[in-house]
Write a protein that binds this ligand. Sequence first.
Ligand SMILES: C[S@@+](CC[C@H](N)C(=O)[O-])C[C@H]1O[C@@H](n2cnc3c(N)ncnc32)[C@H](O)[C@@H]1O
Length: 430
Amino acid sequence: MIFNILSVFRELIKPSLKYGVLSKAIKRKKIKVNIFSYSDYLNDSDRMDDKQFGGEPGMVIKYKNASKAINAIKKSNPGTKVIFLTPKGKRLDNNLAKKMSKMGNISIICGRYEGFDERIIEQYADLEVSIGDYIVSGGEYPAVILMDSVSRMINGVVGNKDSVKNDSLNDSLLKHPVYTRPAKLKVGKVPKLLTTGNHKRIKEFNRQESILSTLKRREDLLEASNLKLEEREFLRKIKKDSIKSNAYLALVHYPIQNIKGEVIKTSLTNLDIQDIARTCMSYGIKKYYITHPVKEQRELAKNVLDYWQKGINIKNDSTKHKALENIEIRNSISDAIKAIKKIHGKRPKIVATDGRIMHNMVNYSDIRRNLDTDDSPYLFLFGTGWGLTKEVLDNADYILKPVGSYYEYNHLSVRSAVAIILDRIFGCNF
Ligand SMILES: C[S@@+](CC[C@H](N)C(=O)[O-])C[C@H]1O[C@@H](n2cnc3c(N)ncnc32)[C@H](O)[C@@H]1O
């Protein structure tokens, strides 16, 4: 595999070729590295960079000399794939490194300053690559990182093939912890099984440690990993047992806005009773409060509950109706808050929901993080009619961004909104 690297400071790249895996790969003729400098293609009077149009600070790599350099590299490397290093590129990961290791000849173009005149990229880039969501001052270190990760994927570069196969992030899993001698230290012992020589059991143990480590540190990776059915079930159980179950939900019928923005009470909807209860139960919501200030409406809700929970009906479908046990009927939002305060000894944080985009709305990931790290109970408020009033929204600790698509029409039923929102916050992705 041939790597051509074009950069401003080639001296930053050279030392990394003298050591470790890259140096061995060069000696074994698995890879060849040609280093080029922009300055080799400059006339004495030329500069390689210039001020950017538009007045923003920072210099930009000019088209003329960069294109001269890239044309020369392409000419001596027919068929080479031109890879620009830029924070705007496709994020480098093991899969991309593997794909690039099959390209045979790549030319890595490093930027500096504010980057490249866009027309250079438009003309030459086969691919733009970023080494991560952060900025370094130039493409030289990213080039070494790219070259190292791609080289490791080439057969024979890393002595033991299995060590690449077992690296973290293969199959979207993190590697299990590893240990060496001595087996006992004051600070801890190596798990006994690893010292027994029972390779079959060690393999199983390491696999389990690997999936557990991924759940703990990088749950997001599990979505793309190839887990066995029993592994998924095992992880789901562990995850479920670790969730702090302190989320509550209230369906609000007053104070609510109508289409004109006036404050109204809405009527109870039969479907909201059972459907939302079932969604709440499926996502571990501790209690579902139906709040209504009108006695007759509360009695209506109670009658519906009694109908399903008493007599012959409970025997018909006990699993579906079990969710109704989590319902409490209350007069108002503040009554629901009081009930939660009684359970937890502190006021819940209020998360209001709304179908409109407003200032200061929070992301789903923020609320998910809060629930993981904060011991406070959380009460999610869902409005009926045309939504919660301004006063309720103003008094909430958070207002969640609306769910929905890109279309102007956005009239999800509250039942649908509850399901989508709870899935975004409490849903399992593996
Ligand atoms: C200071 S950066 C320029 C960043 C530019 N102002 C921007 O916001 O996109 C200079 C050069 O370093 C390299 N570079 C910086 N961060 C990088 C990253 N995360 N991945 C790949 N290359 C990076 C690129 O070659 C880039 O052109």
